[in-house]
Design a protein around this ligand. Structure first.
Ligand SMILES: Nc1ncnc2c1ncn2[C@@H]1O[C@H](COP(=O)(O)OP(=O)(O)OP(=O)(O)O)[C@@H](O)[C@H]1O
Ligand SMILES: [Mg+2]
Length: 294
């Protein structure tokens, strides 16, 4: 039971943050790994609805790695990962589009709506929101060797964001929930890492904040301790020393890229902490790793 006498104090203390963020856009990437627990899903949905009711415009971009793995496993398809990106052949692409744009997207939409929000699910094909092209991945093999160029199949990178659909929805109090599927110039479908989509959308719409929710406390150092703030050069060193690896690579690169392109602040935080989004936005100290531009 909450102590009711604390309520006015908490509300008044949050007033400066409400003033600061009211009318602003905040892009939140909801990680596949952070969206497995039922209680956390409900808490996340209520955070998003609360933001909307106090005049902030949340835009949700989601991943779905574990959910895709589950379906691929049941079909006997195993995934290969290259620098945190899933190798995507035609068959895998169909599964990715169905799982992300279907099951995962609609579940988030339904959860937000159950908490009293007006969420609308989109993929990058809707309103031509995400125009993509094939990504080339460079694998570094040391200083004396040329990097290897790897073909990741239908893995895309963002070539253009057309944000009109986001503005149209936000103007009518809807909350966009975006699956990271892009469309190529010939109508082909691309699987795009959700961190990449979130960062590109955040910079295209001039977001105040980019918040990347994941399943760990932020970027961890070689002793597994959280790094509270991280700059470009140190992040690059940590990637080449493989302290940052796997799915954390695109996440860190995106967080840095976003602030270079005008997003005020970007953070990686632990979505397994209940109400992580509110804690991040409405407290001074914040949680997770904050990125800065040197
Ligand atoms: N230095 C590091 N600090 C923190 N996590 C790291 C680090 N290096 C690698 N990781 C891994 O990165 C993972 C997070 O990325 P991952 O892509 O798996 O999840 P996600 O992006 O939250 O979900 P999804 O990809 O489904 O949207 C962590 O669970 C951790 O295992
Ligand atoms: Mg990931």
């Amino acid at each position: 039971m909450i102590d009711k006498s604390n309520i006015p104090k908490i509300l008044i203390e949050s007033l400066p943050y409400i003033k600061k963020f009211s009318g602003k856009r905040i892009v939140i990437k909801y990680g596949g790994h952070a969206m497995v627990d039922e209680k956390l899903k409900k808490a996340f949905a209520s955070d998003i609805v609360l933001l909307k009711y106090i005049g902030i415009n949340p835009i949700v971009v989601h991943g779905g790695g574990p959910q895709i793995n589950k379906v691929l496993d049941s079909m006997g398809i195993t995934s290969k990962f290259i620098r945190g990106m899933r190798y995507t052949d035609g068959e895998t692409m169909d599964v990715v589009e169905m799982v992300l744009g279907g099951k995962v997207n609609k579940e988030i939409v339904a959860n937000i709506n159950a908490e009293g929000g007006k969420a609308v699910g989109l993929t990058g094909k809707d309103g031509s929101l995400i125009i993509a092209k094939k990504m080339k991945i460079y694998q570094d093999h040391g200083v004396d060797k040329l990097p290897e160029i790897i073909d990741p199949g239908m893995v895309g990178e963002v070539s253009q964001i057309n944000p009109d659909i986001i503005y149209t929805l936000a103007d009518h109090d809807f909350i966009p929930v975006i699956a990271p599927v892009g469309v190529g110039k010939d109508g082909e479908t691309y699987n795009i890492n959700a961190d990449l989509v979130a960062a590109n959308i955040a910079s295209a719409i001039g977001a105040e904040r980019l918040i990347l929710l994941t399943d760990v406390d932020g970027v961890l150092d070689s002793d597994n301790k959280r790094i509270s703030s991280l700059a470009f050069k140190s992040a690059q060193d940590m990637i080449s020393e493989q302290v940052i690896h796997g799915g954390m690579i695109p996440k860190v690169e995106c967080a840095l890229e976003a602030i270079k392109k005008g997003v005020k602040k970007s953070h990686i935080i632990n979505g397994k902490i209940e109400h992580a989004v509110l804690l991040e936005l409405f407290t001074d100290s914040g949680i997770g790793t904050l990125f800065f531009n040197e």
